[in-house]
Design a protein around this ligand. Structure first.
Ligand SMILES: Cc1ncc(COP(=O)(O)O)c(C=O)c1O
Length: 491
């Protein structure tokens, strides 16, 4: 690769370091291998020796390379490999009422505060680039269509965007027509409309444990109960447990995040998806598939959506797939969608009666962004960055958090789930961290049954700065202090 004619956005040595990481991750440079000599790499890339040295020093600091005197730089086993993963979760076997406390609302307001390092949020700051492109498209569209604002858009959404969403889902193995798609104000609205179409207050729904707190909040708003399913941090929900729940007729719907789950990062293997869809068809129970992180998987291609395993016409599908661009393009656009299968009419009607339709301009701009290939290019860039930042955060945690800590190995997205020693109270930790200018998301908000008090979810998607690097050692110190205080209190 020739670096001389490129205009990198980051310093050149970081580009070189990235190149080495790609070789390590791709297996070209396995653990224990000697990295190319400084001189040969500098010659090959046509950069100065000092640039390669700076890149190697950075990788040494990050724990990816080890310098051996007189011999060169060697690939190290990542430190995070010494930290265990959490085990399969063990939620209670009965359904719980959901009470969304003030904590979740407090967190939402806290995440966007200036001066706070937002490790508690779940938004990728590098999306700023794509937001800029979409904003430019909005300006150009409003200039060329000045009368756009004077009429309501159709309740199911602008045809151009519905067409683009249907086309995009071909990658997920789904054959959708634009008429199968309803555009919503964010993915959470899509989930809300779908859940409402298939349940009555008092019904129970099955969910992963832990799961995204917005889903729990929707469950509460609709007067439903949550039945949490044991969930593995790599492969997702236990199908054995789901089979029992479906067999005993305990739930009216299943709501899952099968790909790059929030907060676990788990991705269900394709065979599990096939079995899951067969199970829900046998039980005749709808599955709401939250697909919002699927475009951020680290593999070159996303896995097929569960919806794709439900063969037959869309109008009879029991899988209601929901998605959006809040994690990939910009949360502020408030654009989401669903393909509600059998419940298309009910969902479209609810959307119209709830808020008539979603705003026209962001829909038109996003349709253009998708059509012109900007979305695809953007995804390639951001997934590489997110993967790298998740790895870096894991390394820092391995270095600075207590030995008993466990961390997930996400297969996509930008979130890490961290299990701290049992005696750490993550709500108290949150209160102390915010005083140090750092927000974290305490684990309790991801469970209806009040579990995961010793866990936190951390966002690795923010713009990576020296302040972010310093935040992890600070958190490590706060955790150590909290553990010391507990030990002293218990003595
Ligand atoms: C798994 C999951 N689903 C849905 C949403 C909500 O998406 P939106 O902001 O598009 O409503 C989020 C946001 O954090 C999420 O993490």
């Amino acid at each position: 690769m020739d670096f001389t004619d490129k205009k990198p956005q980051r310093p050149l040595y970081e580009e070189v370091a990235n190149q080495i990481i790609t070789m390590i991750d791709g297996g070209t440079l396995p653990v224990g291998a000697r990295a190319p000599s400084v001189r040969s790499l500098a010659k090959q890339l046509r950069v100065a020796n000092s640039t390669v040295v700076a890149a190697y020093r950075k990788l040494e600091d990050e724990g990816r390379l080890q310098a051996r005197p007189q011999s060169g730089f060697y690939v190290r086993a990542p430190r995070r490999d010494t930290v265990e993963e959490p085990e399969m979760s063990r939620p209670p076997e009965t359904a719980s009422d959901v009470t969304v406390g003030d904590l979740r609302l407090l967190l939402l307001t806290e995440f966007g505060q200036p001066g706070i390092i937002g490790l508690g949020a779940s938004s990728g700051a590098v999306s700023d680039w794509s937001a800029k492109s979409v904003h430019a498209l909005m300006s150009s569209i409003s200039r060329s269509q000045p009368r756009l604002s004077s009429s309501y858009p159709p309740p199911a959404g602008i045809p151009a965007l519905r067409r683009q969403v249907a086309r995009w889902y071909l990658r997920a193995g789904c054959t959708l027509s634009p008429d199968d798609v309803v555009i919503t104000s964010g993915a959470l609205e899509a989930i809300h409309l779908c859940l409402r179409a298939v349940t009555q207050p008092g019904d129970a729904v099955a969910l992963e444990s832990p799961t995204y707190w917005g889903i729990l909040q929707t469950v509460e708003m609709l007067g439903l109960k949550a039945l949490e399913i044991p969930t593995h941090p790599r492969t997702g929900p236990s199908l054995d447990a789901l089979e029992v729940v479906l067999g005993q007729n305990l739930v009216k719907a299943v709501v899952l995040i099968p790909t790059a789950h929030n907060p676990l990062g788990s991705t269900m293997p394709e065979e599990n998806r096939r079995q899951l869809v067969a199970m829900i068809r046998r039980a005749n129970v709808p599955l709401i598939e939250d697909d919002i992180y699927a475009d951020l998987v680290y593999e070159p291609a996303r896995p097929r959506a569960c919806r794709s395993y439900d063969a037959g016409p869309s109008a009879s599908s029991l899988v209601m797939v929901c998605g959006g661009v809040s994690k990939t393009v910009a949360p502020s656009l408030r654009i989401g969608w669903c393909a509600p299968g059998k419940w298309l009419k009910e969902v479209t009607r609810s959307k119209a009666w709830l808020n008539i339709a979603s705003p026209t301009l962001p829909q038109l701009a996003l349709a253009r962004f998708l059509e012109e290939g900007g979305y695809e290019r953007h995804l390639r860039k951001v997934t590489t960055i997110y993967r790298r930042q998740v790895e870096r955060m894991s390394e820092l945690i391995a270095e600075h958090f207590p030995r008993e800590t466990r961390i997930t190995r996400p297969q996509g997205g930008f979130l890490l789930w961290v299990e701290l020693p049992e005696r750490v109270d993550s709500v108290a930790l949150h209160d102390r961290a915010i005083k140090s200018g750092i927000s974290i998301c305490p684990g309790v908000v991801f469970s209806a049954a009040g579990k995961y008090r010793n866990c936190v979810r951390l966002n690795c998607g923010l713009l990576w700065t020296p302040e972010v690097e310093r935040a992890i050692p600070t958190l490590g110190r706060l955790i150590a202090e909290a553990m010391g205080a507990t030990a002293a209190g218990g003595a």
